[in-house]
Design a protein. Structure first.
Length: 229
């Protein structure tokens, strides 16, 4: 089994899900007492989140690149960046540590296209919904991406940072997300991408009339395929 480097902590709640999924998937594929062979560096999210909201992406690169280089020195053979939003700096991290990076948007595009879906809604942080680093990568694969309106985007973003990253799950927030999903369906999406690794803590397939693509699970599956490939 190859060694996978996991760069997490953004947030710890989603990294916990990644760790569980990586190990469960290895166990399912290999059986017995097998578990994932990985290195995990979990950063302090507070300064990273502050830099995100300040627009200081260079500061986020400094933190994550140092952590990624540590994973490389520890023997990792590939890098899994356990967050959607920070894939904004994926190229910089890959260059900094010299490891191949398993890009979450590529894995998601593969899953969506394999099901014949071409038009999706996206629920994510405002950075991921409003900037081009993620939607543009999906569009480059021929996927039409719709995002919620401005007010809905603000609420989706708030719930992620003020609740889900703190391990707070509220029924009223689930109801709000259901409304956003329903509005995207009314606009003609065939599926909705849960494009923030915390969102699956709040909503599940039962909350949507169209398929939901959980990027945390999809990305973890890609990590396991690398380890066992």
């Amino acid at each position: 089994m190859r060694m996978l480097g996991v760069l997490g902590g953004m947030s710890w709640t989603s990294t916990e899900s990644y760790y569980r999924m990586l190990n469960r998937c290895v166990a399912e594929r290999l059986g017995g007492l097998h578990s994932a062979r990985l290195l995990l560096h979990s950063v302090d999210f507070a300064p990273v989140a502050q830099a995100q909201h300040d627009g200081d992406w260079d500061a986020t690169v400094a933190v994550l690149a140092d952590a990624a280089r540590g994973l490389e020195r520890g023997g990792a053979e590939a890098l899994l960046l356990a967050t959607n939003t920070m894939h904004k700096v994926a190229d910089e991290l890959e260059q900094a540590c010299g490891l191949p990076l398993l890009h979450i948007a590529d894995a998601t595009a593969d899953a969506v296209l394999a099901d014949g879906i071409e038009r999706v809604g996206l629920l994510a942080t405002a950075f991921t919904m409003e900037q081009d680093f993620y939607t543009g990568r999906l569009a480059g694969r021929g996927i039409d991406v719709l995002v919620p309106d401005a007010g809905q985007r603000a609420e989706v973003h708030r719930v992620i940072y003020d609740e889900l990253c703190l391990d707070v799950v509220r029924d009223e927030s689930r109801d709000a997300y259901r409304e956003v999903i329903a509005s995207l369906v009314q606009r003609g999406v065939q599926a909705v991408i849960l494009g923030c690794t915390e969102v699956s803590l709040l909503v599940s397939q039962a909350d949507s009339s169209v398929p939901l693509y959980d990027t945390t699970r999809i990305h973890a599956d890609a990590g396991v395929s690398f380890m066992l490939g």
